[in-house]
Ligand binder design. Structure first.
Ligand code: WT7
Length: 661
């Protein structure tokens, strides 16, 4: 995601976007409301208002929920665009996630439940996890890692991924997790950018029945990372790997040589906790820098309020630790609340498309957090896969990563949630650290497709190019008008880029890069990335609304819409659509889809060109790569020449070329 290419738009994002007529409202059930932390909409509104009136009071009180070595002197020091939170305080994130749960009965409660792709299960109680973290922290120290030194983590979704993050946090070594599906090149570039001297990795991981060669990528990356002195290797698959003497060490050997006692460092509130790279659509990846206290508080509070997390819950988030979701809502937020975090190593359709439902049934999962892209795959695979499993343990569902199309929302609500679970649609970003806009379950009435309203202390708005708030249902730029604790502090090593990317587009505001509108109730509707907004005959259309209209057709599983330069209209609308399994391609269907969009939104949004495809090009985190589709749309043969290094499945490009009958 990038906000660097300035958007020259004299108009606001749209003048017809309010035409997507989503009228359904779902009030929280009486049962959920009775038991929820915030049991009424009125209470949410009151708390939100008070939090904006006196943010220091709100955040100061909230921060008392964390464990501190020394209390802060000042809640926030704001020298735009640089913020410091809880100045003068000292704490340790691993103590908040582990040590403080060792005092009572939660000591023997499951902190992590791991299910490997082959079906193996490992459960670590808080006490056991604490021990593993201390051991790994001591291994890092033994290899010369000191407070402030950066450590790379390049691991599959195995318990050691969480252990490694917390071990780094314990000794104050900022971690930088790189998704283990990324290439050697990506690992090399990120390692050099942050100057790490140790890498924690594994021999491999299981994915779709085969053992991925993770260590081999590290070996390749290491040819160009002069600063790396040691590689700590977790044995997961037992495949043959190259171990360079004096540089590569097996974790299971190293832990034999260290103590299981590791005193946590008392770190400043603003001590860097991690750097997470997000690949901009242009330029080199940005190292998003998060610091200790503010980030942890953001994760802690949002987990508590948005997931209504209870000690007895089993919480399953399907995100990889390589993404911010895996940091905030697999590790830090859940463990800081003393919750039970379930992680799964492999593919959602291995050995069959019901793997997640099998996991939910097997471990009696109560809270399930996934992405719209996954939901649309489940829809494509068919409902039969769900019917085979008992999903009645679920009590809350979450969504993250993209706008969820209202029809996908309805499916999630009915088929997965059995109509009883609130769906918490969470809008946020790597940069925001924690949820920013989302419904409070038990309090906020839900509207399918809307992330609803902002979190406490979050001053979100939709503004035009002059920074003025737009009228209801008029789209504009989604901005945050004041600092919040879990905000990024900078782009690692490039403060100028930080200022330019996030704080220069709209005066005095953080601009998120997303287009949105607010409806008459103040609810936020994300209409897509500003860079992707279509301009058809002078009308500006958010991609997500046209896509949602397509997905509401009964034969469609997924759709992506892009503009193609058109002499007459400025842009023509090109739609790439994936049909549900078993639905045949036909020209009739194309016509009926065009008519359907005209009915749902208006004739202006009618796709000029519809292309059927078996799959859409996506990033590894599931976001549709519209940039590639734009190229394919503009070329009569469907050719794509752009940068495809972040593409999840390379065969998709070939498939796109074969879309036309
Ligand atoms: C971008 C941030 C935040 C964790 C995962 C992705 C889009 C995210 C939603 C949502 C509509 C959403 C936005 C945002 N996005 N959640 N609930 N509704 N759009 O993190 O890779 O930093 O991406 O994802 O466009 O800016 P990320």
């Amino acid at each position: 995601m990038s906000t660097e290419a300035p958007v020259s738009s004299a108009r606001s994002v749209t003048n017809i976007d309010s035409m997507l007529k989503e009228k359904r409202v779902f009030k929280p059930s009486a049962k959920f409301t009775r038991e929820a932390r915030i049991g009424s909409f009125k209470k949410y509104k009151k708390m939100h208002k008070a939090s904006l009136k006196n943010p220091d009071k709100f955040w100061g009180k909230a921060a008392e929920e964390l464990s501190w070595f020394r209390k802060w002197r000042k809640v926030c020091v704001w020298k735009p665009p640089f913020a410091e939170w809880f100045v003068g305080g000292k704490l340790n994130a691993s103590v908040n996630c582990l040590d403080r749960h060792l005092e009572g009965p939660s000591r023997n409660k499951a902190a992590l439940i791991f299910e490997g792709e082959p079906g193996d299960v490992v459960t670590l109680t808080y006490q056991q996890l604490h021990r593993e973290v201390c051991l790994m922290a001591n291994v890092l120290k033994k290899h010369g890692v000191k407070t402030g030194d950066r450590v790379m983590i390049y691991l599959p979704m195995i318990p050691e991924a969480v252990i490694a993050m917390l071990a780094c946090a314990r000794i104050g070594a900022p971690h930088s997790v790189v998704f283990s599906g990324f290439s050697a090149e990506a690992l090399k570039e990120r390692t050099n950018d942050c100057g790490a001297k140790v890498i924690i990795t594994a021999d491999g991981g299981f994915r779709r029945g085969t053992a991925l060669a993770v260590k081999r990528n590290v070996d390749e990356a290491l040819l160009g990372t002069p600063k790396v002195k040691a590689v700590i290797v977790v044995q997961r698959t037992k495949q043959d790997v190259n171990m360079a003497p004096g540089r590569d060490f097996w974790l299971h050997d190293e832990v034999q040589k260290v103590s299981a006692v590791c005193k946590p460092e008392a770190l400043d509130s603003e001590h860097p906790l991690f750097i997470l790279y997000t690949s901009g659509s242009t330029g080199k990846p940005k190292g998003i820098l998060h610091t200790t206290a503010g980030y942890l508080l953001g994760c802690h509070l949002t987990t508590k309020y948005y997931f209504d997390l209870r000690p007895e819950d089993v919480y399953f988030c399907t995100a990889d630790v390589g993404w911010i979701t895996g940091h905030s809502y697999v590790a830090y937020g859940v463990l800081s609340n003393g919750g039970t975090s379930l992680i799964y190593e492999g593919a959602p359709n291995f050995p069959e498309p019901d793997r997640f439902w099998r996991i939910i049934d097997r471990h009696k999962v109560n809270i399930f957090y996934t992405a719209p892209t996954a939901i649309r795959s489940f829809i494509k695979w068919g409902d039969d896969w769900l019917a085979r499993h008992d999903l009645s343990s679920l009590r809350l569902l979450g969504s993250v990563g993209e706008p969820i199309n209202p029809e996908a929302w309805m499916w999630y609500h009915e088929k997965v949630g059995g109509k009883r679970c609130p769906i918490v649609d969470t809008w946020w970003q790597t940069e925001t650290g924690a949820h920013m806009i989302a419904p409070i379950p038990g309090a906020t009435p839900l509207k399918p497709g809307s992330a609803t309203l902002p979190f406490f202390g979050v001053d979100a708005a939709v503004v035009d190019d002059n920074g003025e708030e737009t009228a209801p249902n008029v789209g504009g730029k989604l901005v945050i008008r004041r600092p919040w604790p879990s905000m990024l502090r900078s782009i690692y090593g490039d403060a100028a880029r930080y200022r330019k990317t996030y704080w220069s587009e709209v005066k005095g505001c953080y601009f998120a890069g997303d287009g949105a509108r607010r409806d008459k109730d103040g609810y936020f509707w994300i209409v897509g990335r500003i860079d992707d907004v279509l301009n058809v005959a002078g009308h500006r259309l958010g991609t997500s609304e046209v896509e949602s209209a397509l997905v509401s057709h009964p034969d469609i599983a997924e759709a992506a819409v892009v503009g193609r330069p058109d002499e007459l209209k400025g842009q023509a609308v090109v739609a790439f659509v994936t049909l549900k399994n078993g639905v045949p391609h036909s020209n009739n269907l194309k016509e009926s889809l065009r008519a359907h969009v005209a009915k749902e939104i208006g004739p202006i949004a009618k796709p000029d060109d519809i292309r059927f495809t078996d799959a859409l090009p996506k990033t590894r985190s599931g976001k549709i790569m519209r940039r590639l589709l734009k190229e394919a749309a503009a070329s009569p043969t469907g050719d794509i020449k752009g940068d495809i290094t972040t593409l999840e499945d390379l065969t998709v490009l070939a498939k796109l070329k074969q879309t036309e009958e």
